[in-house]
Design a protein around this ligand. Structure first.
Ligand code: GLU
Length: 447
């Protein structure tokens, strides 16, 4: 088995030599899915995984725009149309200086399996730019988004490819992107998700990724007859996902003690309550400030610059910042401190060695492609509402989101439960996602 996996990875490595994050995401899937393929004749010998790791299409384009000083700036735009076997390409756009082909291909590959897990008919894609939205004026953000869309518009559409937000792309950016698309096409359609409520958005979409991450952790806890009540929870990040993961955690009676950004983390031993969280939301979403400002307002908390919150004692950890934010050392600290639930709100936040440590310790560990699928699932619900031209209530969308997260959990158990009773959610999620996409690809022939 080892040699089959190695043979496959050698081939993928040869072709994608300068794409470490993409190779990392593929290897994790190959380790769990190849043994399953070998055991199942319908998938064996069809090079199905090899087909899945090759994007159907990669778009790269120039994004020129003019900054507030009058200088012409050139960024690079991308859209990876990874797999459309079960539906149109669907996935977010990331605007961040670290964006490159490797990052977006890893995200697009994860998205294919994640979207399959949601049970909704969505293929996988991802896009974005190396544009850094930090400290840009509103006008600069708008001009950048318009330039980005003036190329992207010809490749996307409500039945072809439906982008959404990711890091650096929130409601404001989706608005500017949508406005430009509508102008260029003269068409009002649900081509993007994460839209504002008065122009086709869905209730609960902003909350969905964070809420879903907590719902998934709740399902995992239930397998051990446990709950969030009274638990201490560390959260990384302070953006959209972290904010709503914190909100739901507080609602469930647990204590959130950390949040972070790229500068460092804050530790509030007394707990970040609803009022404090409102301060953070205003700080990050309206004032676009830094998390360090929390301690000026709440001096009992402390700010630790340049570090991540994984050394803080907790029962549950929710990594909601970005990829590779939990390394082996962090994993060891979490385990030594008694953390026994990890539900990832970010995409691939744990390095492979950290994942293996969690699996070896047999704690409840959910990989992002399962636990953060609530965001894209609710995007799928936004698409349904757009097609039906109706708006569901908050309760209705939340009910559907809960149901989807619980179905993903069941599916992970179906494929991930081992003979000794331990549930390997990584294996469960990868195989469940793979089976759905592979079946559709096999039915549709070699295309
Ligand atoms: N960027 C989010 C994700 O990683 C959401 C994508 C979407 O809503 O299409 O799943």
């Amino acid at each position: 088995m080892e040699s089959i996996i190695k043979g496959f990875m050698d081939l993928v490595k040869q072709r994608n030599q300068h794409e470490p994050e993409f190779l990392q995401a593929v290897e994790e899937v190959a380790e769990t899915v190849i043994p399953y393929i070998v055991d199942h004749d319908i998938y064996y010998g069809k090079n199905i995984l090899l087909r899945m790791v090759e994007p159907e299409r990669v778009l790269m384009f120039r994004v020129p725009w003019i900054d507030d000083t009058g200088e012409i700036v050139v960024n690079r735009g991308f859209r990876i149309e990874m797999n459309s076997a079960i539906g149109p390409y669907k996935g977010g756009l990331r605007f961040h200086p670290t964006v490159n082909l490797s990052i977006l291909k890893f995200l697009a590959f994860e998205q294919v399996l994640k979207n399959a897990l949601t049970t909704l008919p969505m293929g996988g894609g991802k896009g974005g730019s190396d544009f850094d939205p930090k400290e840009k004026s509103d006008g600069e953000i708008m001009r950048f988004c318009q330039s980005f869309m003036s190329e992207l518009f010809r490749h996307i559409g409500p039945n072809t490819d439906i982008p959404a937000g990711d890091i650096g792309v929130g409601g404001r950016e989706i608005g500017y992107l949508f406005g430009m698309y509508k102008k260029l096409r003269n068409e009002f359609t649900g081509v993007l998700t994460g839209k504002g409520m008065s122009w086709g958005g869905s209730l609960i979409r902003p909350e969905a990724t964070g809420y879903g991450t907590v719902y998934f952790a709740q399902s995992m806890l239930e397998t051990r007859n446990d709950s969030f009540e009274g638990k201490v929870v560390t959260i990384s990040g302070s953006g959209n996902v972290a904010q709503y993961a914190a909100e739901k955690t507080i609602q469930l009676g647990a204590k959130v003690v950390t949040l972070s950004d790229s500068g460092g983390y804050i530790y509030d031993e007394e707990g970040i309550n609803t009022e404090k969280l409102e301060f953070v939301m205003d700080l990050k979403n309206n004032k676009r400030g830094r998390i360090s400002e929390y301690v000026s307002k709440y001096p009992n908390a402390k700010y630790v610059a340049g570090e991540r919150p994984w050394g803080v004692k907790c029962d549950i950890a929710l990594p909601c910042a970005t990829q590779n934010e939990v390394n082996l050392d962090d994993a060891k600290k979490l385990l030594a401190n008694g953390c026994f639930v990890i539900s990832e709100g970010a995409n691939m936040p744990s390095e492979p060695e950290a994942v293996h440590a969690f699996q070896d310790a047999k704690i409840l560990y959910a990989p992002g492609k399962a636990s953060n699928a609530g965001g894209v699932a609710t995007s799928g619900l936004e698409m349904s509402q757009n097609s039906l031209r109706i708006v569901w209530t908050r309760e209705e969308v939340d009910q559907r989101l809960r149901k989807i997260m619980s179905n993903i959990h069941k599916n992970c158990i179906k494929y991930g439960k081992q003979d000794n009773g331990y549930v390997d959610y990584v294996r469960g999620a990868n195989i469940a996602g793979f089976v759905k996409v592979a079946d559709a690809m096999l039915a549709q022939g070699v295309v």
